[in-house]
Design a protein around this ligand. Structure first.
Ligand code: WT7
Length: 675
């Protein structure tokens, strides 16, 4: 993949000619398809681009507002304001509005815990009325701890119903949440808490994962110690939900028991009217520097766009026995948008599963589909590749014929995985929606519509309503069909990120300066003869590991912070399950140069553990190679392209090494080192 500045034309090697026409609704048991034909899709898309204000204004009218907006869109690059002058509340539109419409007894959330007793797993169902009461109580609890409108509350919890309650309670009272995935380390928590200036953390004693307890509270304690060591104002309150019954330390005055707090709290907390452009939440994600960025989403545009994408992309229709399941963790944007905010307003129950896909056995997911008659199933290519590896006998053990629509997200899906998904999970009839989007876009951008869009394995097909996507060269000029280039979005859409928290400059530089007048997502792509989009991957120093974005610089900084390391370069390499694995090339301090293969292995283990401690398990390198020097150009730039082909085990003869400073470096890096 070429890097910005090198060339915008990217060679595409994937040629895929299979094409699948959509099935009728009756074939898969769906009540009907919301969009009836490609002509209807095209007409709606055309209108959404030519008259975004009319299009989105009509849809926004279906939500509840405490005062109506004055203008649908104000756009002054890079600042979009949607529904300016209006006041609304996300929690109200996900919960109270439905209760007031007479649906208080409808199931909002179906939750299944990981542990499997003889009696089967623990299952909890929360109705919209339950959610109204619980979010009001927890909002009162947060208020009692001094949380006010506009504050940032950090949430670091497992996948339990109280996580949904906590985030919706923040929305209810007008506090922003910053949710940190439970796989991140104390260091990562501390950095995010500092950046967000957050004073309150909501956590659990632990989280169940594959039968073991992830020590969430202990990680929070360590993060708090780090903040104290840095001499920062620090965390005033930690709220702890007891989920696993594990032993935890308790800091008097700072720590609060979740149950005790809500027990005494009132059931009444009217949703706070929020300006359309008030901050809804921060979500930290990796970029091409060492420091994660707080992606900022606001209230009304995010609400309208996520609910609308969910409705059409998953064909959500209430009162038809549908059950929607997105397998992501709420700690990622996929979980924010398609477990909670986009699904609840559509009044189709959203399923939350607490644990691992292979606990106690590899058929767990299909047992869940069977038990709860899941109709829409949304997962990631990395998970599908794991299902493939485990074998088709696992879904075969269960009746999964309730499924109507399958989705994927997170990275380009390889056609074999797509075909396997279609055959073994989709009975060769369920449409697959391959949805391209990002933390920054808030919701789906390029995606098929089920029952409408003919699909091709590996393509995310066509733009959603309101999305004006194009493939352009480095100057922003459109490229012809078939030519690889940069993916660009030429018009604002309702849930576009509004900023990087505390970093206006980086916001402008990352997304709005690369291409004139357009949003730059950082992906390379091409279109085919039908105008279908094919994503080719990142064009920056970001890799996509198991569908999660990771900045190579972040891993490099973590490595360099180890006493043995002088310099490190991290690149992606092909990996059977993760899609992209992490390869690290490391030069060492002389004193740490391993004297034997055993010493080298020990050091590799130590470095891997160190990265896990600095960032989290997802960032642990899959391969570490030691080198006396890294290949650099004469101007001192690490030649990552070269490292990528070494990591992939390719001996590309066509590689241009004419600017390489020291040829012997290359030969050494290619030498096998393992063992
Ligand atoms: C990056 C965004 C959106 C939630 C999950 C990841 C890649 C995402 C697809 C897809 C090809 C995809 C892109 C994008 N990506 N979905 N369907 N096909 N690539 O969110 O961590 O913000 O990462 O994931 O490279 O830029 P994220």
């Amino acid at each position: 993949m070429s890097k910005p500045g090198e060339s915008s034309e990217i060679d595409s090697v994937l040629i895929e000619n299979r094409r699948f026409d959509p099935p009728s609704a009756s074939a898969v048991g769906a009540p009907r398809w919301l969009i009836g034909s490609m002509d209807e899709y095209r007409a709606m898309h055309k209108r959404s681009i030519e008259d975004p204000e009319g299009f989105w204004g009509e849809i926004a009218g279906e939500f509840r507002w405490s005062s109506k907006w004055e203008r649908v869109l104000d756009w002054e690059l890079p600042d979009a304001k949607w529904f300016a002058g209006g006041k609304t509340n996300l929690c109200d539109n996900c919960v109270d509005r439905l209760v007031d419409q007479g649906h208080g007894d409808d199931t909002a959330i179906i939750w299944e815990g990981e542990p499997m007793g003889g009696e089967g797993p623990e299952v909890r169902r929360l109705t919209y009325a339950d959610l109204k009461r619980e979010t009001a109580r927890f909002a009162n609890a947060l208020k009692s701890l001094g949380v006010k409108k506009g504050d940032v509350v950090t949430i670091y919890m497992g996948m339990v119903p109280e996580l949904a309650v906590a985030m919706l309670a923040c929305a209810r009272m007008g506090a922003a949440h910053s949710i940190i995935f439970g796989g991140f380390s104390p260091q990562a928590i501390a950095d995010r808490v500092t950046d967000a200036k957050s004073r309150v953390i909501v956590t659990c004693d632990g989280a169940w994962r594959r039968g073991k307890v992830v020590p969430l509270k202990q990680n929070v304690d360590e993060a708090c110690d780090m903040l104290a060591d840095r001499g920062e104002a620090g965390v005033e309150h930690v709220v702890v939900l007891r989920r696993c019954g594990s032993d935890i330390n308790w800091t008097q005055g700072r720590d609060n028991d979740y149950s005790e707090l809500v027990q005494g709290a009132s059931d009444e907390f009217p949703p706070e009217p929020m300006d359309s452009e008030d901050m809804a939440f921060l979500l930290y994600t990796s970029g091409s520097t060492g420091k994660p960025k707080g992606i900022l989403h606001t209230t009304a545009g995010y609400m309208v766009f996520t609910a609308t994408t969910a409705k059409y992309v998953f064909n959500l229709i209430p009162d038809q026995g549908q059950v929607f399941w997105c397998t992501a963790d709420i700690g990622w944007i996929t979980g924010h948008s398609y477990i909670i905010y986009g699904i609840l307003p559509n009044r189709v129950p959203t399923l939350m599963y607490e644990g691992a896909p292979n606990f106690p056995e590899e058929d767990r997911f299909w047992g869940i589909v069977e038990r709860h008659k899941v109709t829409q199933f949304y997962t990631a290519p990395t998970a599908i590749r794991a299902f493939m590896k485990w074998g088709a006998e696992h879904p075969k053990k269960h009746n999964i014929s309730s499924l109507q629509v399958l989705g994927t997200v997170g990275e380009p899906i390889n056609p074999e995985a797509w075909m396997w998904y279609r055959k073994h999970i989709g009975r060769d009839i369920c449409p697959i929606v391959d949805t391209w989007w990002q933390t920054e876009t808030g919701g789906h951008m390029l995606t098929p519509l089920p029952g409408v869009t003919p699909t091709k394995p590996g393509s995310c097909t066509l733009p959603f309503f309101g999305v004006d996507a194009a493939i352009v060269d480095n100057d922003g000029q459109p490229l012809p069909k078939g030519k690889g280039g940069l993916l660009a979005i030429r018009k604002p859409w309702p849930s576009v990120l509004r900023g990087i928290y505390n970093d206006r400059e980086r916001f402008i530089e990352t997304y709005w300066s690369r291409l004139p007048g357009m949003y730059f997502p950082g992906d390379g792509a091409r279109t085919d003869d039908d105008g279908y989009f094919w994503i080719m991957g990142r064009v920056d120093d970001v890799i996509n590991v198991s569908g999660h974005r990771l900045g190579t610089m972040e891993v490099e900084s973590a490595l360099v912070s180890h006493e043995a390391v002088v310099e490190a370069a991290v690149v992606g390499m092909p990996h059977e399950i993760k899609g992209t694995g992490i390869a690290a090339f490391v030069t060492l301090e002389n004193a740490f140069t391993p004297g034997s293969p055993e010493d080298a292995e020990k050091l590799r283990k130590a470095l891997t553990a160190h990265v896990g401690k600095e960032i989290g398990a997802i960032a642990k390198p899959d391969m570490i190679r030691f080198a006396e020097a890294l290949p650099k150009t004469r101007s001192g730039k690490i030649m990552r392209r070269l490292l990528r082909s070494i990591a992939a085990g390719e001996e590309k003869t066509g590689q241009d090494t004419s600017t390489l400073e020291d040829f012997s470096v290359l030969a050494k890096l290619r030498e096998p080192q393992e063992g």
